[in-house]
Design a protein around this ligand. Structure first.
Ligand SMILES: Cc1cc2nc3c(=O)[nH]c(=O)nc-3n(C[C@H](O)[C@H](O)[C@H](O)COP(=O)(O)OP(=O)(O)OC[C@H]3O[C@@H](n4cnc5c(N)ncnc54)[C@H](O)[C@@H]3O)c2cc1C
Length: 494
């Protein structure tokens, strides 16, 4: 008889694990609290249209190609992608702006016009070092089930990787960026990549400069938005035999302290299985939301260890002034202050940097100029369980964000009924025990990337997948975590 796996949650990690185990012949049941797959990959309806309200930057195409291949499908037949010619448009409140590309020469030319030759040289050194770090960490960290600092350092030394780099891994990303860029705007631009893992550039290790390299390898837009990716991932799992149960919140993981037996749903229904994979934020386990038995399966997370949350606004709007691209960042002047406000003062500084995803724009074209779909995002502390984001407070933040955008030469106009805000409180409700953190724990400190839980837990039969476990947050990384969990299960249980 086939072994049975229960997966709690249909986020990227849960969906990937479902495909892997179903393709290996397991009976797989996925229980998802919401009515659809995707988790953070979701849309909100505004003015009658769906707007991506979670992830928007799609990278690491190879992760999905390999997953779909193991599920017997060609990824490109299931998901329509268009490569974005520009990585992003970056604008500052002094009205300067810079477009970056994946081609280093094209970006160098843009940086030469925007800044100077010294910073072009810094950019080229930065790209070279980012590529080396990525090459070293791709197999030794991302694809490894349980990387240890000792093993990784040994491999880095053995492969001569450290010598090739001009960065010091014990320094923060922010400190290291100062060695590449004398132009503060470029330091700010590359510091922002730490927010992709919910962290501050002032506290995150310099090795995370590899994220900029990953983005330079290509950014794609998914036809139908990231929700379409979630649907395609759920389809490939279903076609391999996985069964999805929506509107099925899991109340408890059953068993004893040493091993799991199954789950109990909020409705009281029980199901047994050989293994249970939890795809929610691991803080839900350590906070006891899935029962006392599994509370100690993972380390608990203090409030100050949480990664970034965000306030987002989905809107249908018209824009004027500087043309938007698909991905746009409007930088406020004092980047250091932004992060000390969030991580030390647990607030948002008066002038926040704003990300804008113009979802109807790509490669110089705008599909619906009179009612384009925008997602605006500012970073926020993950205190969704402490702060009360009232409509008045959200309105004040929105006005500040729109002011930064305006000083970056873009005007956004919209009707009030065509704008929907999501606050850290909302994210916390949607992703229980997270405090609204969208990325699990922050990667602060040299060894932080090793402190995430791995897919195997102390409790026999209980495994983890998702952005709060190794190798970390982001849709491709969470997808990889699902694959790593399935590999562990197939090695241990089969
Ligand atoms: C606003 C925003 C912007 C982002 N931008 C990007 C980006 O541009 N690029 C990128 O790659 N990443 C981005 N991310 C991060 C990325 O979305 C996440 O890291 C990734 O999607 C997390 O996947 P996951 O596997 O952890 O599952 P999640 O998406 O966290 O889903 C977990 C699922 O488990 C379900 N669940 C939890 N508990 C239970 C229970 N008890 N019973 C039943 N179901 C349960 C939840 O309902 C949810 O559906 C962004 C995230 C957000 C929110």
């Amino acid at each position: 008889m086939a072994r049975r796996a229960i997966i709690i949650g249909a986020g990227a990690g849960g969906l990937a694990c479902a495909t892997e185990l179903a393709a290996a012949g397991w009976q797989v049941d996925v229980f998802e609290a919401r009515s659809e797959p995707g988790g953070k990959m979701h849309q909100r309806q505004v003015g009658g249209v769906g707007i991506d309200s979670g992830p928007t930057v799609f990278t690491m195409h190879w992760v999905f190609e390999q997953l779909f291949k193991r599920g017997g499908k060609h990824f490109d037949d299931c998901v329509a992608l268009t490569e974005s010619r520009r990585l992003a448009r970056h604008a500052w409140t002094d009205s300067s702006y810079l477009d970056l590309f994946h081609d280093i020469d094209q970006s160098s030319e843009a940086i030469a016009k925007f800044s100077d030759e010294e910073n072009v040289d810094g950019y080229q050194r930065f790209c070279k070092d980012g590529e080396i770090i990525h090459g070293l960490l791709k197999d030794n960290f991302m694809a490894s089930a349980r990387p240890s600092p000792a093993k990784l350092t040994y491999r880095l030394l053995r492969d001569g990787g450290m010598k090739a780099l001009s960065v010091a891994p014990h320094k923060s990303l922010w400190q290291s960026l100062g060695r590449y860029f004398s132009d503060p705007r470029l330091r700010q631009l590359y510091g922002r990549y730490s927010t992709y893992v919910g962290s501050s550039p002032l506290l995150t290790p310099s090795t995370l400069m590899l994220i900029a390299h990953v983005e330079r390898q290509g950014v794609w837009c998914v036809a139908g938005g990231m929700r379409a990716l979630a649907d395609a991932m759920a389809n490939v799992a279903s076609e391999n035999g996985a069964t999805f149960h929506y509107n099925s919140a899991v109340r408890e993981i059953t068993g004893d302290e040493r091993s799991v037996r199954g789950i109990t749903l909020a409705s009281g229904e029980t199901h047994n299985a050989d293994v249970v994979i939890f795809n929610g934020d691991t803080a839900a386990l350590s906070d006891g939301l899935l029962g006392e038995r599994v509370r100690r399966a993972v380390p608990s997370r203090a409030r100050k260890q949480r990664g970034l949350s965000a306030i987002t606004w989905c809107m249908r709007a018209s824009t004027s002034g500087l043309d938007l691209d698909h991905h746009n960042v409007f930088f406020a002047a004092d980047y250091e202050k932004e992060f000390s406000h969030i991580f030390e003062q647990r607030g948002i500084c008066p002038e926040p940097t704003v990300y804008v995803c113009a979802q109807d724009r790509l490669n110089g074209e705008c599909k619906s100029p009179n009612g384009e779909r925008l997602l605006l995002l500012i970073n926020a502390p993950a205190d969704g369980d402490h702060l009360a984001w009232t409509p008045e407070k959200l309105l004040e933040q929105r006005n500040r964000a729109l002011d930064v955008i305006k000083r970056g030469r873009v005007n956004i106009e919209f009707e009030e009924e065509n704008c929907l805000a999501t606050s850290p409180d909302d994210w916390h409700r949607r992703f229980p025990a997270s405090g609204g953190s969208l990325y699990g724990a922050a990667s602060h400190g040299m060894f932080s990337i090793f402190s995430r839980a791995s897919s195997r837990t102390k409790v026999r039969g209980l495994y983890l997948a998702g952005g709060s476990v190794h190798p970390g947050p982001g849709v491709p990384m969470a997808t990889l975590s699902g694959t790593l969990a399935a590999r562990e299960i197939l090695e241990q249980v089969n």
